[in-house]
Structure formats: structure tokens, C-alpha cells
Design a binder for this molecule. Structure first.
Ligand code: SF4
Length: 498
């Protein structure tokens, strides 16, 4: 049901360089800074590299039931959100999180935004000790929490650690570390390494990437700068890049929360180079910046690890699990650790292969997505009504209804739209491409990247309708119902051509 309300989004003012001008601090929610929503307070808990022990996961399930609405939302950065929290639960929530080791530094709790390749070391790719993204994540988190300057980072500033497969490259991180293998050794993609920019042939290296390699996302053109550093120096180099960003952002004017928001001529690359030298980190610029590999998320299902164990890859329908579903993940025989992914999924490592299929069946029976053939795979949605005051509609119910209708064939025939002209795309999508439903034009939680050249964008509008777009091009406008389901299904499978 759509309600006619005016859009509430007002764009951030920009200066002559296209850089934002803000007179307020970032208001991103955290575990201590609870956001007031229509369904109660909202807490967002950062999980560096998405890692949770079973004990921590069970604690979160208990917290969701005791203090919240009994659900756990997985965000597009692999963090956990709790909703429906009471007005006065903040102190109790903080105590519980402290007790579980989930709040190592209160001052840094909102800036520990670190995503990492979730299948690193779990699918047969070899992680060398010096270039293991899990090790990098722990070290970077320690360094962040020890940096007084880093407390000034926005809650939106993102670090991404890629084991070489390229799954992090599409997430638009501000600072990314890409693991590389030294000459003669294979990286996670099976690509043999080459001599690095510093001539080092005997050690693994990392490419430190600053800013996005997607010019269309920047305010002032390409901002991508890259340096090659020794793998052992990578976490420190990432912190230096972030701290230098803060210095440059302050010097160039108010308002930049992300690297891509810096005004033109910001000089961040030169400043980072100087900072690395000052810290004694040998770094060579990679010129031109490398073409980053891009890989998609881990598909749902079993994953065979090189050590003879099996990992399970599962997804949360519309990014939300009940406390019971969440607890079930800790009972299927894994190694005691969960990896929450930036695609609203969870990896359960360390299962005996003999019992993996039965465990996957249990998770499927409980409602989790365990196969790419599941109708709800690739479908995400924002909170919408009734939780969000800005929402024009109950977008999650509409998304579920449309997904059900498409799965059962209960959709009318739609005129063939044929190929969608696209000036930036290069690809055809073999299956259904991801779709994100938004209750208003803010598009909270939309995927930053993904396979198949982007997601279908379904946005509620003020005139009782939804707009369906792909790559910024409006495909159609329709009201909720069978036509909407058909239009979304068509958009998800339409071939994209140049
Ligand atoms: S996109 Fe969704 S969650 Fe975000 S403000 Fe709009 S309705 Fe609310």
C-alpha cells in the first residue's frame, strides 16, 4: 500500500568543486549512539571482517530478544543492526556488548568499518601468513582503536581488505588493501605474481588503493591512487591513508566524510606518499593504477576448503534473520566462528563434509537462502514502513509479494523490453540480477556493487507508484501489484547491451 507523501530527501549542498558543504557531524548510528526510529531505537554494531565467535553470535540473539524486536538485520557492510530497542536500554546494551568483547573501544565503535573477502582461506585459495586478510583485519582494527585521530573518521568511511579475488573492489571503499603474490607465486585468483614496483621478488605485497576506481561515483573525477607496499606493512599503511585523509579533508574545507567527496586538487595521494615515507614504510606508486579485479559475492551453498573441511554460504531473506535462525547457525557443526558478509549473508566455516548437506537442509528448512535458485536470492530492501518515518510504503511486504508472485508464475505477461541501451554496461546477465527495494529516494542499504553490472533499483515515489531503474535509466513506473512483480522480474533478467 502506497501513501502519497512528498519525498523527504534533500541533497547535501556542494561547493564550486562539487565537494559537500556540511555544518554538522556525521550522525551514523552505532552501538552506543542509538538512532530513534518509528519502531524504537536502532543500534548498529560494527564487526571488522564480519567475524563473530559463536558465543558472541548467541549473545546478539539474546540481546535482540531481550532488548529489541527479536530480529537481526545484516547491513550492506556486513554489520549487524538491532531494531525496536527501548528508550532506556543503552547502558544495558553497552554492558552486554562489552562483556562479549564486541566493544573494544567506545570512542572508535562507529569507525571500525572493515570488510574483508569472506571466503579468504576457505575455498582452496592459499593464504600466506603475511598476506592473510583476516590477520590484516585484526591488526588494522587494533591500530584504528589505538589512534586518537581516527575517532574523527565518519561512520561511513570504509576499509576493504581483498585477498586478491576482487570481491571487495566493487564496494566503493575509501581505503582498500589488495593482496598480491610475489613473482612466481599464485594469488587467490590463480594469477601468478610479477615483480613488484619496488623490485621485491621474495615477499608478498599489497596494493594500497585510496579512493574509488569508479569515476562516476566521485564529485571531482577519478580519485584512485595506488601504492605497492610490503604485506607486513599493509595495515599500518591503511591507517596512515585514513589519518592523512582527515588532515586533507580539514585543510580543504568542511564536510568530506568519504575520499570521493574531496574537492579537486586535494593532493591526498602526495600526502599519503609523504606519510608512508615518514613512517618508514617503503612504497612505490603503481602507475597507472592497476585495473582492479572484480568478483561477485560467494554464491549460496557448500564451499570446499583446502583443508578438507566444508564451509556453508547462506543468505538472510531481505537481510533479516530471527534470533532463532541466527542461533541455528551456531549449531550446524562449524568451527566456532561466523563470517558475516557485505551481501547480507553468513559463512559458516569448518564443517565435516559428511554432514554439510544435512546442515544446509536444516538451514533451508528454517528459511535461510541456501541456493542461488531460491527466488529471494539477490533481493534486498530497506526498512520501509512501519519502522522508518520517511518511508512512503511498506516496501518489504511489497518486495516479498513481488518475489512470491514471480516464483509462482503469478505475474502477467509484460511487453518484451528487449535490450536496454546502456552507455556504461558491458555485460549480459545469465540469471536474475540483484534487485534493491527502497521506500523512498534515499535508497538506504542499496548494494554498492555486485555481479552482472549493477542491481535493479525499485523506489517508491510520492504518487502511489514505484520507479524501476537500471544503471540510472528509468525502465518503467507502476503501482504495487501483479504488474509491479512482472516489471521487476523482467528488469532482473533483461539483457544489458552497450
Ligand atoms: S530508503 Fe527506506 S529506510 Fe531509508 S529513509 Fe527511505 S524509506 Fe527509510
Amino acid at each position: 500500500m502506497l501513501a502519497a507523501m512528498p519525498p523527504t530527501t534533500s541533497p547535501t549542498p556542494v561547493n564550486g568543486d562539487g565537494a559537500p558543504v556540511r555544518d554538522r557531524a556525521d550522525a551514523c548510528p552505532g552501538a552506543l549512539r542509538l538512532h530513534p526510529a518509528d519502531d524504537g531505537r536502532l543500534a548498529r554494531l560494527r564487526l571488522p571482517a564480519g567475524i563473530l565467535t559463536y558465543r558472541q553470535a548467541l549473545l546478539l540473539a539474546t540481546v535482540a530478544e531481550r532488548l529489541g524486536d527479536g530480529h537481526l538485520d545484516i547491513t550492506s557492510r556486513g554489520n549487524i543492526q538491532l531494531r525496536g530497542l527501548g528508550e532506556s536500554c543503552g547502558a544495558e546494551l553497552a554492558d552486554l556488548l562489552h562483556g562479549a568483547g564486541l566493544l573494544p573501544s567506545e570512542a572508535h565503535e562507529r569507525v571500525r568499518n572493515i570488510v574483508a573477502s569472506p571466503l579468504a582461506g576457505l575455498d582452496g585459495t592459499v593464504q600466506r601468513p603475511g598476506a592473510d586478510v583476516q590477520v590484516w583485519a585484526r591488526r588494522l582494527d587494533e591500530l584504528l582503536c589505538a589512534s586518537a585521530a581516527a575517532t574523527a573518521l565518519s561512520g561511513r568511511f570504509l576499509f576493504a581488505l581483498d585477498d586478491g579475488r576482487g570481491d571487495m573492489a566493487g564496494l566503493g571503499a575509501d581505503v582498500m588493501l589488495l593482496a598480491q603474490r610475489a613473482q612466481g607465486r599464485q594469488d587467490a585468483r590463480g594469477v601468478r605474481g610479477t615483480q613488484d614496483a619496488r623490485g621485491a621478488q621474495g615477499a608478498d605485497t599489497a596494493v594500497l588503493c585510496i579512493g574509488t576506481n569508479r569515476p562516476e561515483r566521485t564529485a571531482s573525477g577519478p580519485l584512485f591512487t595506488a601504492f605497492q607496499v610490503a604485506a607486513a606493512d599493509a595495515p599500518k599503511a591503511a591507517l596512515i591513508a585514513a589519518e592523512t585523509f582527515l588532515t586533507v579533508a580539514t585543510a580543504t574545507g568542511p564536510g568530506a566524510w568519504r575520499v570521493r567527496e574531496l574537492p579537486s586538487g586535494h593532493g591526498l595521494g602526495e600526502a599519503v606518499a609523504a606519510g608512508l615515507v615518514e613512517a618508514g614504510i617503503a612504497a612505490g606508486p603503481t602507475s597507472p593504477p592497476p585495473d582492479l579485479p572484480e568478483a561477485g559475492p560467494p554464491p549460496p551453498g557448500p564451499v570446499t576448503a583446502g583443508d578438507g573441511t566444508t564451509a556453508l554460504s547462506v543468505y538472510a531473506p531481505l537481510g533479516r534473520l530471527t534470533a532463532g535462525q541466527w542461533r541455528l547457525l551456531t549449531t550446524v557443526g562449524g568451527s566456532g566462528e561466523l563470517r558475516v558478509t557485505p551481501w547480507r549473508g553468513v559463512i559458516v566455516p569448518g564443517l565435516d563434509p559428511a554432514g554439510a548437506d544435512a546442515s544446509l537442509d536444516r538451514l533451508r528448512a528454517a528459511g535461510l537462502i541456501t541456493t542461488a535458485a531460491a527466488p529471494s536470492y539477490g533481493v534486498s530492501a530497506c526498512t520501509g514502513r512501519p519502522g522508518c518515518a520517511k518511508a512512503l510504503t511498506d516496501v518489504r511486504s511489497d518486495a516479498e509479494a513481488a518475489t512470491r508472485a514471480a516464483a509462482t508464475g503469478a505475474v502477467p505477461d509484460t511487453p518484451a523490453t528487449g535490450a536496454v541501451p546502456d552507455t556504461t554496461g558491458t555485460d549480459a546477465v545469465p540469471g536474475a540480477r540483484p534487485v534493491h527495494w527502497s521506500g523512498c529516494a534515499r535508497r538506504c542499504g542499496r548494494p554498492a556493487g555486485g555481479p552482472g553490472g549493477g542491481h535493479v533499483d525499485v523506489v517508491a515515489t510520492a504518487d502511489d507508484s514505484y520507479e524501476i531503474s537500471l544503471r540510472g535509466r528509468l525502465l518503467t513506473t507502476t503501482t504495487a501489484g501483479p504488474e509491479l512483480a512482472a516489471a521487476v522480474a523482467t528488469a532482473r533478467t533483461t539483457t544489458v547491451t552497450r
